[in-house]
Design a protein around this ligand. Structure first.
Ligand SMILES: [Zn+2]
Ligand SMILES: [Zn+2]
Length: 611
């Protein structure tokens, strides 16, 4: 396979990784096995991928996963034959002739496209099978353990991603270092399905997506809206304490704003198309909040005495994503960002960036996200003036400042060379969820170019005009992504302070204790808790089970003793034991749990000792 086939996959520098070589070799072995089991099958591309490998085929007759057994058996045979991989080179013209003769018209077409480059192409043969490929592979097929791989799934894929071309069948395989790793991956994936935010989002009535609204535009149901509001309240409090001011901006705007910001030049395909209004004025849905905040900063002259200016907004933005890329809350077309822009002097940069990173750290510790690290994306000097704004001194200075902060703050980080934004370096926070999936949770950027495009300035202590730096930050990302992540991280069970329904009061017997249950619910309600008494006709046991299925963090059970003593028996979602205590004390503990935002969805967190 030519290297081009891996476009979009990040294998740079991984070619010599032993597992990568085995995955790569397995793609060849799969193709050989398929052509043995189904003679006449034509080949597309077949690269290694994150958890294994795949190959695209043009079958004469459709296949199903019931054919996997026979193909795997053939693959094991090829492995046992210890076929060596042998490389040879030929010109593209020779390759086209050979592939056409073999009937491999898809591959021949691809080689013909490469012919214009005039380079030789490399082919690898193992046993009777030969494939165009840049390598490297294992030395011989016998170096691949027969129990560390498995065929996994079928999918449709158009030849070269073009919908007007042949639809091929992609066979995915998994491959790991050991049989145990393979089993563990499959187990985690099954686990992940149970807690998939799309499944839990439906069961817990958090959000829904309606075709009448359109794909990628979620409707937040009452429970989901509580989650958003609670997150937003938290963000507002912390931002207030850190000196941010809140602003609000419109969802649509004249396109000239996005010309100034550079979005129309660099980002147009990620925006919804223009609307014509008021004769010759083009309006756009906003894909980002930054330009609005820039105008708010610049709406009057600023003095160094009021710097830094920190403007925050949970801002709704709209971005155009192809419908094929949309997935639950993770990839959407409308999203609400935990956005803020900090305008500061060069002297303030270090402090302000440190505070931003510190705020992330506090959020992650609070949500018990222990697996996180940062990725600093830097520029390459060769691409100044093209991919990156041509301000070499600012790049060098700001990257040095950020590296210094990262070293000091003590969070693990990686460096992504040549991955910066065009106007400055960025720091991404990467997190790993309970089932091992890695996500970019948020992106922070240092921007030393755009403020000048908006003519932003402040009067310095020297009486002169200066251009401020701007820090773009969004520690909680968007509501959509962050809540998708939290739903899975918490397996749908939220702490009391966030939970859509915080307490359900369940009477042991409806007729005898229903009134007391209602009174307890009233007390909770008066204190601002989202609470209800379960006065339905289900049996007591069924009611307890329902509360657990709905992952309600607290159930107050009331019966004869509780009624007489003005008590409740408190049962937490994640804890086996239950405790009886005076209602007044239970209310104090709950109030403390809410005020302190304790993570009582984890069993080790004590609630009864809070008050
Ligand atoms: Zn290969
Ligand atoms: Zn921004």
């Amino acid at each position: 396979m030519a290297k081009k086939a891996y476009a979009g996959l990040d294998f740079e520098g991984k070619e010599n990784d032993p597992l990568y070589k085995r995955r790569h070799s397995l793609a060849h072995i799969l193709a050989q096995a398929v052509q043995k089991v189904r003679p006449g099958t034509r080949l597309g591309f077949g690269p290694p991928v994150e958890n294994g490998f795949y190959y695209d085929f043009l079958f004469a007759e459709p296949i199903s996963d019931e054919d996997f057994g026979a193909i795997e058996k053939e693959m094991r045979k090829i492995i046992n034959e210890k076929q060596p991989f042998e490389r040879r080179e030929m010109t593209a013209a020779e390759a086209v002739a050979m592939l056409n003769e073999q009937g491999e018209n898809l591959k021949a077409e691809y080689c013909a496209d490469l012919a214009s480059r005039g380079e030789n192409l490399s082919f690898y043969r193992n046993g009777p099978f030969e494939d165009m490929c840049a390598g490297p592979h294992v030395e011989h097929t016998g170096q691949i353990p027969t129990d560390c791989f498995a065929l996994d799934a079928l999918a449709g894929a158009y030849w070269r991603g073009d919908e007007t071309r042949d639809q091929l069948t992609r066979i995915y395989g998994l491959a790991f270092d050991s049989k145990a790793d393979l089993k563990e991956f499959v187990r985690l994936r099954e686990e992940a399905k149970k807690f998939d935010h799309r499944k839990l989002g439906k069961e817990l009535e958090i959000f829904t997506i309606s075709d009448q609204v359109g794909p990628g535009l979620p409707l937040w149901l009452p429970a989901g809206t509580v989650l958003r509001d609670e997150l937003e309240n938290l963000a507002k409090e912390w931002e207030f304490q850190d000196g941010y001011q809140r602003v609000a901006t419109p969802h649509v705007t004249d396109g000239k704003l996005f010309e100034t910001s550079g979005h129309l030049a660099h980002y147009k395909e990620g925006m919804f198309p223009a609307m014509q209004v008021d004769e010759n004025r083009e309006y756009y849905l906003k894909p980002m909040n930054c330009p609005f905040h820039h105008l708010i900063f610049g709406h009057r002259p600023r003095s160094y005495r009021e710097m830094p200016v920190r403007l925050a907004e949970y801002g709704q933005v709209y971005r155009y994503e192809g419908s094929g890329a949309l997935a639950g809350l993770l990839r959407v077309r409308g999203m609400c960002m935990n956005d803020a822009h900090i305008y500061c002097t060069p002297e303030q940069l270090q402090d302000e960036f440190t505070k931003v990173l510190d705020m992330h750290k506090r959020y992650y510790e609070m949500f018990r996200l222990s697996h996180y690290w940062m990725r600093l994306s830097t520029h390459t000097p060769e691409r100044l003036g093209d991919k990156y704004v041509n301000m070499p001194e600012d790049w060098i200075k700001s990257e040095a400042v950020i590296k210094g902060i990262l070293d000091e703050i003590g969070i693990e980080y990686q460096i992504g060379e040549d991955e910066a934004a065009f106007y400055g370096p960025k720091v991404d926070f990467q997190v790993r969820n309970v089932v091992g999936r890695e996500e970019t949770a948020s992106t922070n950027q240092l921007d030393f170019a755009v403020p000048a495009r908006f003519n932003l300035s402040y009067i310095g202590a020297d009486g002169q005009e200066h251009t401020p730096y701007c820090i773009h930050r969004a520690p909680l990302g968007t509501h959509e992504r962050f809540l998708a992540f939290l739903i899975e991280h918490f397996k749908g069970a939220f702490p009391t302070w966030m939970a859509p329904l915080q307490v359900r009061v369940v009477p042991v017997h409806l007729e005898n204790f229903g009134d007391y249950a209602q009174k307890v619910a009233q007390e909770l309600f008066k204190l601002g808790f989202r609470a209800e008494a379960d006065l339905g006709s289900d049996s007591f046991n069924k009611k307890i089970r329902n509360a657990a299925t709905s992952k309600i963090p607290n159930v107050f059970i009331v019966g004869e003793r509780e009624q007489e003593q003005q008590e409740v028996t408190w049962r937490r979602y994640c804890v086996k034991e239950q405790h009886s205590l005076p209602l007044a004390r239970a209310l104090e503990c709950l109030k403390a749990a809410r005020a302190q935002r304790v993570m009582d969805n984890f069993a080790d967190v004590e609630v009864l000792t809070l008050a």
